[in-house]
Design a protein around this ligand. Structure first.
Ligand SMILES: [Fe+2]
Length: 334
């Protein structure tokens, strides 16, 4: 494992790489409201460079004088509540131009430090309170949770082509399997998100390794093996995704203890991760890769069967193979 400081620096780069690709305006501030990061979309919209925004207070620099008080009140409340909040405020685009934007803010918690991420889009302004609105809630903002997951998913799609379709299919396989295993609705929902984001940590891996056509060196492979760790660390930041951290962290652990990163076995691995493993392996087998054509269904079934009790949990494998043989899923996917 790398030294702590080195890991922290890498982690920062990883987060930036993802947020840079998010297709909404994103800014990250510290608890005093000083800007730490603004992404490409933000820089284009506000016509600023990253350097001239870093360290500046977002309220003083973005909000027209007439709304500074409301913005300060909102930010104070966001810091106190430490949850997903949504607000609409006017922002200054240039000397002559302001526009209304709706921001979803969420705290990013890492050790003691809390930063605040704001994801913003153009707002349809209501006349109420001069267009200023504010809400913080756990339950009635599902669409915004979904929005953030979608934004992260879209970012991962941009960084590694092919990831999105792979993850969507892994999700369909996983959900079908989870239903057959009679997992609770709550667990299935968690599994859905984990399946979509399971390889998210690959974004932390150097592109030269990730996209390499030839065989990986042992050292390069060691780096690839860190992706469950990075993925789990990323979602750990976002409080409403905490539930999926263990699923992501364990998706490459094997039933017989030969997996990574920890070499956990059998009952030590969460059931959702075991489901994800079967779905992940099968999906990878039947899909064309840059270096090989996809296997036929029969070949893939034979390979998965071979991993029964080795990489894969025997009971879960049996049920999965039953579903596949019944031919129900292919129709949904292809
Ligand atoms: Fe993976």
């Amino acid at each position: 494992m790398k030294k702590i400081s080195e890991r922290a620096a890498l982690w920062g780069l990883f987060l930036e790489k993802i947020l840079e690709s998010v297709e909404e305006s994103v800014m990250v501030t510290n608890g005093r409201g000083e800007i730490i990061f603004v992404n490409k979309k933000y820089r284009t919209l506000f016509n600023v460079s990253r350097r001239n925004m870093t360290g500046k207070n977002w309220i003083k620099n973005m909000i027209p004088d007439s709304s500074v008080k409301e913005a300060s009140d909102i930010f104070r409340s966001i810091r106190k509540r430490k949850m997903l909040c949504k607000f609409t405020l006017p922002v200054i685009l240039s000397k002559e131009k302001t526009k209304y934007m709706t921001w979803v803010s969420l705290p990013l918690k890492r050790k003691q430090a809390t930063a605040y991420m704001f994801v913003g889009k153009s707002a349809k302004v209501s006349a109420k309170k001069g267009g200023i609105e504010y809400a913080c809630a756990r339950n009635d903002m599902r669409a915004d949770y979904r929005g953030i997951i979608d934004a992260l998913f879209a970012a991962s799609m941009k960084c590694e082509p092919g990831t999105a379709s792979h993850s969507s299919r892994v999700m369909i396989f996983s959900v079908a399997l989870a239903k057959k295993l009679k997992l609770s609705k709550k667990k299935i929902k968690r599994l859905k998100v984990a399946a979509l984001l399971h390889d998210f940590g690959k974004l932390a891996i150097d592109d030269n390794i990730l996209l390499k056509k030839g065989k990986l060196t042992a050292e390069e492979y060691e780096q690839i093996k860190n992706h469950p760790y990075w993925g789990a660390e990323m979602v750990r930041l976002i409080y409403f995704l905490h539930d999926i951290v263990p699923i992501m962290a364990n998706h490459h652990e094997n039933y017989d203890g030969t997996g990574y990163p920890k070499g956990k076995r059998g009952g030590q691995i969460p059931i959702e991760s075991k489901i994800l493993s079967v779905a992940d392996i099968y999906e990878a087998l039947i899909t064309d890769r840059p270096y090989r054509k996809g296997f036929s269904k029969e070949e893939a079934i034979a390979i998965v069967k071979g991993e029964r009790g080795r990489k894969l949990d025997p009971k879960i494998t049996d049920i999965f193979l039953k579903i596949i043989k019944q031919n129900k899923l292919e129709k949904e996917i292809f």
